[in-house]
Design a protein around this ligand. Structure first.
Ligand code: AMP
Ligand code: MG
Length: 496
């Protein structure tokens, strides 16, 4: 069935049109009881869609997969991936479908894709389905990242299907509609490279350059330039994650987007008490994707991307391409460090540069670690301390003398800034959020919505995390970390 004209999407499906052999055409499953659980009106408007027409039964029919909008060309994309270090040559969209692309109001090409829309030729043993809770989680975290200014895919809608999903328990089913700059992953390159289909790797690289890095097309070495550009965007992205305490949880190469957006919010979570070794994912038993490992893993994934590009960089003798490609991948570390330090300066309220700033930032983190201080609150209360409000900061640190010693160094440094303290406090409060999606609050909101159909906690939490820098009395519920015993056994699960 096709939806009415009022719900028109102006599709321009370049992936389906230009990349024959990179996907399998596939239709979404029909569902018995479509219902729109959440619709992102702001994002719909940004995409040039008719938000009024979609926010109701027409939207329920479309975003559950029951009625495809005119011009949709649903496809399951092929990709491979290193999962926890081991290579799977064929993953692909096992429960997702790219339904098309639109050009948004800012002229940017955006993918519109379903997740949980039924089985595809890539499903292997999976059921192709998704449950309400994890899809609402993806909605929440995407919106949080977006308002924190971190490049991310976003959710346009979550629709209930009325179909049960069998996991450890029976859960209500849902389809997420995800909007992304594209769904090209490191694993998409790996899929064709692993088959030795380098004509396809080249076709994909050319497409990725046109779509994400058009300024590189005329470079003498466009594929090296592509690798450098992807490294640069990942260096920026991971630095931004680190500064909000985000742990992706499953940084497999199939979950790393060439566009530089965060993708696939499965077992992700935000750290509370600062400990660089923090892991939340139930399946990450060796801590491969622990908080502090994320830059190293990003670089490891980029090395896998580099390998796929070697025969493109030097088609006569790919061995010759190893040295320049390795240089670029190694360059990730200084680029990451540069972005991290710039972010740390902003969080510390510093607008000028001093050689001692890195040590100042690192010592602050070490102080947080030694005191198991809440990462978000420590930064935020430091911002308040810039305005002379010390009590809330002091309460986070058991060791008052160490804190005092560090604050004295920081204050001595800020004096040399020549900016008024109030302006510094304001700037710091715009760099240090008060509200992040705290794990226990996310669980509370998802449980109410999924188990009782009560969306009030979800809406309240979404309200707080989409104004993350403005502390308000009516959002007090979202300030404090979970009790230690809750955090100690907090685990997130993927694939649900
Ligand atoms: P993820 O861990 O969500 O990034 O997924 C890894 C791979 O497993 C991808 O190829 C997914 O399409 C596939 N997958 C995950 N869950 C399911 C499911 N319920 N049914 C079919 N495929 C799935
Ligand atoms: Mg994935």
């Amino acid at each position: 069935m096709r939806s009415p004209a009022v719900a028109a999407f102006e599709f321009d499906n370049s992936y389906a049109r230009e990349l024959e052999g990179f996907f399998v055409a596939c239709s979404p499953a029909q569902v018995p009881q479509p219902a729109l659980l959440r619709f992102n009106r702001e994002l719909a408007q940004e995409l040039g869609l008719n938000a009024d027409a979609l926010d109701g039964s027409i939207g329920a029919a479309i975003f559950s997969g029951n009625e495809l909008p005119v011009g949709a060309t649903p496809i399951a994309q092929a990709y491979a991936g290193h999962q926890f270090g081991g290579f799977s040559p064929q993953l692909g969209d096992g429960r997702a479908l790219l339904i098309g692309e639109v050009i948004d109001r800012h002229g940017r090409r955006r993918d519109i894709a379903f997740k949980g829309s039924g089985r595809t030729p890539f499903s292997r043993g999976g059921d192709g389905k998704a449950a309400v809770g994890p899809m609402l989680r993806e909605y929440l975290i995407g919106e949080a990242m977006h308002t924190l200014g971190i490049p991310t895919t976003r959710a346009l809608a979550v629709a209930a299907t009325g179909m049960p999903v069998r996991r450890e328990e029976i859960l209500p089913g849902a389809v997420l509609t995800r909007v992304a700059a594209s769904h090209i992953r490191v694993g998409t390159f790996q899929y064709f490279a692993a088959r030795g289909e380098y004509d396809k790797v080249r076709q994909l690289a050319d497409y990725a350059i046109r779509r994400h890095y058009p300024e590189l097309a005329e470079q003498p070495q466009p594929y090296l330039a592509l690798l450098r550009a992807v490294c640069e965007r990942q260096a920026q992205l991971i630095a931004q994650w680190m500064h909000v305490g985000f742990i992706h949880g499953v940084m497999n190469t199939d979950n790393m987007a060439i566009s530089g957006e965060t993708i696939d919010y499965g077992p992700c979570a935000f750290m509370e008490a600062y400990d660089p070794r923090t892991v939340f994912s139930s399946i990450d038993t060796h801590g491969r994707y622990a908080y502090a490992n994320q830059p190293l893993i990003a670089q490891w994934n980029l090395a896998r991307l580099a390998e796929t590009l070697l025969p493109l960089i030097d088609s006569e003798n790919p061995q010759q391409a190893i040295a320049p490609a390795t240089d670029i991948v190694q360059g990730f570390t200084p680029r990451f460090e540069m972005h991290w330090l710039a972010g740390a300066r902003a969080k510390l309220g510093l607008t000028t540069e001093d050689d001692a700033d890195l040590a100042l930032a690192q010592d602050w983190l070490e102080l947080m670690r030694a005191n198991a201080a809440d990462f978000t609150l420590a930064w935020r209360r430091l911002s308040d301390a810039a305005a002379g409000e010390r009590a809330a900061l002091d309460a986070l640190f058991a060791d008052a003398s160490e804190l005092q010693a560090w604050l004295a160094r920081w204050q001595e440094r800020t004096v040399r800034e020549n900016t008024p303290a109030d302006a510094r406090a304001d700037a710091m409060r715009r760099a240090n959020p008060i509200y992040i999606p705290r794990n226990h609050r996310v669980e509370e909101a998802l449980a109410a919505a999924s188990e009782r159909g009560d969306f009030a906690p979800f809406e309240r939490l979404l309200g707080a995390i989409t104004q993350p820098f403005d502390e308000r009395p009516d959002h007090a519920h979202y300030v404090s970390p979970a009790p230690a015993e809750v955090t100690a056994c907090y685990k997130t699960f993927c694939g649900t």
